[in-house]
Ligand binder design. Structure first.
Ligand code: SAM
Length: 491
């Protein structure tokens, strides 16, 4: 009988009527938790916690984000408390157990739970038992407060600042600063030009300057590879693994919207995202190519004229766990204690080496930046070390990007101090950057004459035009052939 009542108590969750804002946030947080915990248990996550929360279908993102993250943070304690007071005893299998976790979080650690039907009623019915179980847990762990209890299992307190980059293709740094500083505490970064540090809790996703592409939500470490590449404004530049395109549009801004950037991406689904990023940023010097970087014909124009390559290939992403909020996942603890997916790392490193070696074989390239958001030596110093001989034989040497940056490569070979590392912290993703550079002699340069502005204009129009003007089709075909890129690969 009791079980029936409790099962019925969940019924309003299925067909919510006149739900309060807090009930909606609780229900949404519960559903997100269900996805997050299920995917984490199966190691099948397709999106980070953050990107799940920023799906368009989630209403009241701020409240839902807070509830989801806080419940995840307290989840081990919540489960222990539930176990200790035998919360689930005599209960039928509950469909929305994750909503229950959220409600218990609110009762024990958040704002007082308001009596209402559904899951809230169920939790409030057992309020005293839950509170008593928590008190017993404090005694058992020999701690006097919740913070100490939490610290016994989890020391991460979350980020203090977040970063936002001014897209100088759309707005000047001074103007952006002027528009923000009255409402938001803004500090200009001392290393990355036009990067603002703002308090982590600032909600900017819906800010008009973000919506119109004037401000780009981009972490500080992620800005370093493009800075290290430092292309000249009239160069042809290749972003080899470009989606979602944050570094592509940063390169476009560094080149003042001039020159030509070829943004290559293999994954069909991510191409759309890349196109959207480029469009929103107003980066008219970017041409998106849907292609496997490893199959590009380096001897065909304009690839034969590429002077700088940014290679930011797929990697384990082990440096981004804090930003992605992965540290809140149950699986994170085991990874930190060495549970690295070795076969996956090996596969990634193999691809990374191949891609880097290929980048170093472009005939006119003078600067190649290799970057990852991984902390693993295997994807970083080891990859660089494995191509050093090849690089030298092609006339490259390691450059020394951002000399003012203190953290450098792991000292596993002579010259590794030229590599740049960002150690992951609460405010910054872990990152790795290597710069290869060479000066080409006149013999190679003869084959690599600067593209004259009219020719470049033609290529840009040809590669990227979305204009509906009726052009001469055969003329276009001819130009495409000359550029060595199939029409279906151009967006
Ligand atoms: C780390 S992400 C790049 C992030 C991007 N540089 C940015 O800052 O927004 C790596 C990208 O490389 C793409 N990729 C992987 N293999 C590729 C290949 N062979 N050719 C082109 N793109 C590839 C992946 O689909 C993914 O979108």
């Amino acid at each position: 009988m009791v079980a029936d009542v409790r099962t019925r108590a969940f019924a309003p969750m299925k067909a919510p009527r006149r739900e309060s804002a807090s009930q909606v946030a609780r229900r949404q947080a519960g559903r997100l938790l269900r996805t997050i915990l299920h995917e984490d248990a199966n190691r099948s996550a397709t999106a980070s916690i953050k990107s799940l929360i920023y799906q368009p279908c989630i209403r009241n993102k701020k409240a839902t984000m807070a509830l989801t993250c806080q419940t995840l943070k307290y989840l081990p304690i919540i489960k222990e408390v539930m176990e200790n007071c035998k919360f689930m005893k005599n209960m039928k299998k509950i469909r929305d157990v994750e909503v229950l976790y959220v409600a218990i979080y609110e009762l024990l650690f958040g704002q007082e739970l308001v009596p209402s039907g559904g899951v809230e009623g169920l939790v409030l019915e057992r309020k005293n038992a839950l509170k008593a179980a928590l008190a017993r847990l404090l005694v058992k762990r020999n701690v006097s407060c919740i913070d100490d209890l939490l610290a016994t299992g989890n020391t991460n307190t979350g980020p203090q600042v977040r970063y936002v980059r001014v897209n100088t293709l759309k707005i000047s740094v001074d103007k952006a600063l002027g528009l923000l500083k009255d409402t938001i505490e803004v500090a200009l970064d001392d290393i990355v030009p036009g990067l603002f540090a703002i308090p982590a809790h600032t909600e900017l996703h819906a800010h008009p300057l973000v919506s119109d592409g004037s401000l780009i939500l981009q972490g500080k470490s992620s800005c370093i590879p493009a800075l290290a590449l430092a292309p000249e404004t009239d160069w042809v530049v290749l972003d080899a693994c470009a989606a979602p395109g944050n570094k592509t549009i940063q390169l476009a801004a560094l080149m003042n919207g001039k020159g030509l950037i070829l943004a290559c991406e293999l994954n069909e689904k991510r191409i759309k995202r890349l196109q959207d990023t480029v469009k929103l940023a107003g980066a008219s010097n970017v041409k998106v190519m849907h292609q496997d970087f490893l199959t590009l014909d380096v001897n065909k124009s304009p690839l034969s004229q590429v002077k700088a390559i940014l290679l930011d290939p797929s990697c384990s992403g082990s440096g981004t766990v804090h930003r992605r909020l992965d540290h809140l996942l149950p699986s994170f603890a085991s990874q930190e204690t060495g549970g690295v997916d070795k076969p996956r790392l090996e596969k990634l490193a193999k691809f990374q080496k191949k891609a880097l070696q290929f980048a170093l074989s472009f005939p006119a390239v003078e600067r190649v930046v290799y970057s990852t958001c991984s902390v693993h030596q295997q994807e970083n110093e080891d990859v660089v070390s494995s191509v050093l001989e090849f690089a030298k034989s092609n006339g490259f040497q390691l450059g020394y990007p951002l000399p003012q940056w203190q953290q450098r490569g792991l000292p596993i070979f002579d010259g590794a101090e030229k590599l740049l590392r960002v150690e992951p912290s609460q405010d910054m993703d872990g990152f790795f950057v290597a710069l290869f550079e060479r000066r080409l002699g006149s013999a190679v340069k003869a084959d690599n004459t600067k593209i004259s502005p009219p020719m470049l204009t033609q290529q840009k129009g040809e590669l990227g035009s979305t204009s509906k003007k009726k052009g001469n089709k055969s003329k276009k075909k001819l130009k495409r052939k000359r550029l060595g890129i199939c029409s279906e690969n151009i967006y």
